[in-house]
Write a protein that binds this ligand. Structure first.
Ligand SMILES: NC(=O)c1ccc[n+]([C@@H]2O[C@H](COP(=O)([O-])OP(=O)(O)OC[C@H]3O[C@@H](n4cnc5c(N)ncnc54)[C@H](O)[C@@H]3O)[C@@H](O)[C@H]2O)c1
Ligand SMILES: N[C@@H](CCC=O)C(=O)O
Length: 542
């Protein structure tokens, strides 16, 4: 073991590159996109030191051109999940005991690999496999992922240095052990950074992991695995399996050594997992940690004093970036009557100006939604809104899946504040507006708080500080990330720790020490220097 209290590099946020025409970064990502678009990748299971090709495969396609196949990935059977668990537990013996600075070095190296040699590839894979435009790919797959890795190393050292008091007679120490068993990471399609961070954050704290990525994020998973390998994550520390989510989850949760789940995805899936863990509770060696960040029905509320252009930009960016496929996306909006004519005019103009198409064309703001299931669901809500008397589509409303899963950015205005699209998470480029009477500021805040089961993100726009203060208090439990005069999306690691409560999750705040703490099981060590040798108190019998 090395001797010393080591300082890690001060975490800094990765600057977002601009991708201006003819810039080196644009040339690099265009070249990577073309190469990867025309190649065929083959993604095996990664279990211990083995790459397993089961032969039972599914195609990897691009949502914006769903007949274009860019590769295939292999599906696991139950025996592979059991093997992944066994490999994880075997690897735990060395990994859990490795000095923390060695683990830190691995993940700091991973961050630098993404910042440099892998940047164009991980962005291109995210553009092809998840249909992000270049800006959305850059802020997710490169910058947010780099930030997660750098900041988590710093948070890990903060946690380790948080020690109890001692005095001259005893020395008290807290040892932050990894969990006794393995961690199960289940990740969503929509953020490459989240997919990598969920297994990496647990592994950084000395845990071993079985990771099940989304079927719709396999292309960028492959690049993450290449980065982890080159950075030096040892075999068996992060084991990757693809396939039937139910079978994989049931097999994992049946293991006595299951010690925690790190989940991001939809609310109903998380609730099912929680219920299964509860039903299995007598089987586990230790109480499993349950960490889940899930859905949202995120709001924007504008006060009559708000600046119209700022409100409209909050809506257009907040609701339509990455086709609204962010858990944080603005999907219900409350506008005062006095601002409505100006907001409506600007909103329609801006939405009509949004270009739609493949992310390969850097002029496109909107690209495709992730898959046919999502497309069909969104189309059905749009069709219903066309029929409903209490809803009107003021811009958008068309869709086409002949080549890719394209849905126009769509704005619904409703006279019913409890209209279905004011309450239900749709996860696409559809936003619903309700127009309220200016005098009803406080009643409308009450409506915001009580309309949805979720409490993830929300934004208030106002130039009136009293109104901001009232909203901040009244909406205290309505959002885990609350924005004043800004869109409700785009949290930055180290700046706005991210997560919501109520049905939106356990609010363990990705990108903060709070999350990392969930992957440690502290042991208190008290050492007494002069140990008593007589049970009697000094005064006993006097
Ligand atoms: N709060 C957050 O930080 C956050 C971040 C990103 C996404 N999300 C949420 O994720 C959802 C979108 O992502 P998605 O479509 O990939 O979500 P999803 O719930 O469909 O899938 C997430 C993961 O769970 C797996 N899964 C699906 N059914 C399962 C089951 N029955 N048992 C076990 N695992 C199962 C999937 O294969 C995938 O790996 C939205 O609801 C969004 O709000 C939340
Ligand atoms: N952290 C992201 C959302 C992640 C969920 O999809 C944001 O703040 O927009």
């Amino acid at each position: 073991m090395l001797k010393g209290f080591f300082n890690v590099p001060k975490a800094v946020n990765e600057p977002v590159k601009g991708y201006a025409p003819n810039s080196p970064e644009r040339t690099a990502v265009q070249s990577a996109y073309t190469t990867m678009w025309n190649s065929q990748i083959d993604v095996p299971l990664h279990i211990g030191s083995e790459e397993i090709r089961t032969g039972n495969t599914r195609n990897i396609t691009a949502p914006h051109d769903h007949q274009h196949v860019v590769g295939k990935y292999h599906l696991a059977e139950k025996q592979h999940i059991e093997k992944a668990i066994a490999n994880a537990l075997e690897s735990r013996k060395a990994w859990a005991n490795m000095a923390w600075e060695q683990r830190a070095a691995i993940f700091l190296k991973a961050a630098e690999l993404i910042a440099g040699p892998y940047r164009a590839r991980i962005n291109a894979a995210t553009m092809i496999g998840q249909s992000k435009n270049i800006h959305q790919a850059e802020i997710d797959a490169s910058c947010e992922l780099i930030d997660f890795l750098r900041y988590n190393v710093e948070f890990m050292t903060q946690i380790y240095s948080d020690q109890p008091k001692s005095d001259s007679t005893t020395w008290n120490r807290l040892e932050y052990r990894p969990l006794e068993g393995f961690v199960y990471a289940i990740t969503p399609f929509n953020f490459t950074a989240i997919a990598a961070n969920l297994p990496a954050s647990a592994a950084m704290m000395g845990n071993v992991v079985v990771w099940k990525p989304s079927d719709s994020q396999v292309f960028s998973t492959k690049i993450i695995l290449d980065v982890f390998k080159e950075a030096g994550v040892p075999d068996g520390v992060i084991n990757v399996v693809f396939g039937d989510a139910l079978m994989i989850t049931d097999t994992v949760l049946a293991s006595r050594d299951f010690a925690g789940v790190h989940f991001t995805g939809s609310t109903h899936v998380f609730k099912d997992i929680w219920a299964k863990i509860g039903a299995n509770i007598h089987n586990y060696k230790t109480y499993p940690r349950i960490v889940g960040e899930t859905g949202g029905k995120d709001f924007i509320i504008a006060h009559p004093s708000a600046n119209v252009k700022q409100v409209v930009t909050g809506i257009t960016r907040g609701a339509f970036e990455f086709q609204g496929q962010k858990c944080s996306a603005a999907s219900r909006v409350y506008i005062p009557q006095s601002l409505w004519p100006a907001v409506k005019e600007q909103l329609i103009t801006d939405v009509k100006s949004m270009k739609i198409g493949s992310p390969e064309d850097f002029g496109n703001f909107i690209t495709a939604v992730i898959h046919e299931g999502s497309f069909d669901k969104l189309a059905s809500y749009i069709d219903q809104a066309k029929k409903d008397a209490d809803a009107e589509i003021i811009v958008g409303g068309n869709y086409d899946k002949s080549v890719g899963y394209f849905i126009e950015p769509t704005v619904i205005v409703t006279t019913n504040p409890k209209y279905t699209t004011m309450e239900t998470e749709l996860f696409g480029p559809v936003v619903t507006l309700y127009i309220y009477e200016d005098a009803k500021w406080e009643e409308t805040l009450e409506l915001v708080d009580t309309t949805s089961e979720y409490a993830l993100t929300g934004a208030v726009f106002s130039q009136d500080r009293y109104a901001i203060e009232v909203a901040t208090v009244k909406l205290q439990n309505s959002a885990g990330n609350f924005y004043i005069n800004d869109k409700p999306t785009g949290a930055v690691v180290g700046m706005q720790p991210f997560g919501g409560a109520r049905a939106s999750g356990t609010n363990d705040k990705a990108g903060s020490a709070l999350n990392l703490l969930r992957w440690a099981s502290p042991r208190t060590i008290k050492e007494t220097f002069v140990t008593p040798e007589d049970y009697r108190y000094p005064f006993l019998g006097e």
